[in-house]
Design a protein around this ligand. Structure first.
Ligand SMILES: Cc1cc2nc3c(=O)[nH]c(=O)nc-3n(C[C@H](O)[C@H](O)[C@H](O)COP(=O)(O)O)c2cc1C
Length: 335
């Protein structure tokens, strides 16, 4: 039986496993809009435009954010195995689908903090039930924000008045999206993909709209997730933002989202992203106002302590690794 330690394993194994581990990453509507290519000494991340939300996300902002979460997952998995890459983001202007290339991999000591986050990847999930009345510890909020900053974005914690502004913006975005037949059709498509490994199955969607100050996304159909009578009074709302509004910054924002969410998972804090307010141009401008025009909003996060008394939703299914990780270059095939 092989007794090799992680550091004895070939680089290609580590690259293929990192890409497979990145399959746990969160993505808008669980579209998993990424495609990995494992090369003998590099790993490439491409946008899978066939799974882009063409109506909801025509610019690919949320697609790129989603790919950024996968990129951070892969980087973390490599760090846990003792590999440090040089990360080139959008390295080829003639090939905008190539979002990142991980090259120049060199040996480092396996990183225990990264190992812990890899464990968190297996348990992290989106729990759309109202949060419990237990407040989120201030120290946890600080650590979550620091994780985002370490990845080059920032997290603004919203005060009471700002939460009310966010609530109005989220309600408005919900109305705009519900009135658009193309968006409704797209949502219906991604909420009826049972058995495909993509999209949102009914058991992760609330059986009725939760009683929350900031309205959650209306998925256009009730699910089967019991939500009880809780409210979100103890929830903390935060805005992930940064200096630029370009594909490169969306990718980095996704990396920050992953870092913040995995850190939250480690600290027992539940996260629900709210992207409707970013999808609708007018409400994205409202969020800019909350930042006093000093940054570009990427996504809103609800932080809270999940209801401990009842089981949360099951894990949302994923595509099979072979569908998102291409290892043919290792076998001398043309991929
Ligand atoms: C960029 C992005 C935007 C998202 N927007 C929302 C949202 O508006 N509402 C929501 O309930 N979940 C949202 N999610 C969560 C995804 O639906 C979720 O990550 C995906 O279904 C996979 O499920 P999991 O997180 O439980 O693994 C978003 C996730 C990402 C990465």
């Amino acid at each position: 039986m092989s007794q090799e330690s992680p550091t004895d394993r070939p680089l290609t194994t580590a690259l293929a496993e990192a890409a497979a581990t990145a399959g746990h990453a969160p993505s808008v509507h669980n579209t998993q809009p990424w495609q990995w290519r494992v090369l003998p000494d590099a790993l490439e991340l491409r946008a899978a435009r066939s799974r882009q939300l063409a109506a909801t996300d025509p610019e690919g902002r949320l697609l790129t954010l989603s790919c950024g979460t996968a990129l951070h997952h892969a980087r973390t998995a490599l760090a846990a195995e003792g590999w440090t890459p040089v990360v080139e983001r959008l390295p080829d202007p003639d090939d905008p689908q190539l979002l990142a290339r991980l090259t120049g991999l060199h040996r480092t000591d396996p990183d225990p903090a990264a190992m812990r986050l890899v464990q968190c990847m297996q348990v992290r999930h989106t729990d759309r039930r109202p949060v419990s009345d237990e407040p989120v510890p201030t120290t946890a909020v600080k650590e979550i924000a620091e994780a985002a900053v370490a990845e080059g974005s920032r997290l603004q914690i919203l005060d009471g008045d700002q939460v009310l502004e966010l609530a109005a913006a989220a309600a408005h975005a919900g109305t705009v999206e519900a009135e658009d037949p193309q968006l409704r059709e797209e949502l219906a498509y991604w909420t009826s993909r049972a058995g495909t490994g993509t999209g949102l199955p009914s058991d992760v969607l609330p059986e009725q709209a939760p009683q929350t100050t900031v309205p959650a996304r209306d998925f256009g159909r009730p699910g089967t997730l019991p939500i009880g009578a809780g409210h979100d009074r103890a929830a903390v709302y935060a805005l992930l933002y940064g200096d630029e509004d370009e594909p490169d910054s969306w990718l980095r924002a996704g990396e920050a989202l992953s870092a913040a969410w995995l850190t939250a998972t480690r600290l027992g804090v539940s996260v629900v992203p709210l992207s409707g307010v970013v999808e609708v141009e007018g409400t994205r401008q409202t969020l800019r106002g909350l930042l006093a025009g000093l940054g570009h909003p990427y996504i809103v996060l609800r932080l809270g302590i999940a209801d401990p008394a009842h089981a949360g939703p099951p894990h949302t299914p994923r595509l099979a690794t072979e569908q998102v990780v291409d290892t043919s270059a290792l076998r001398g095939e043309h991929g």
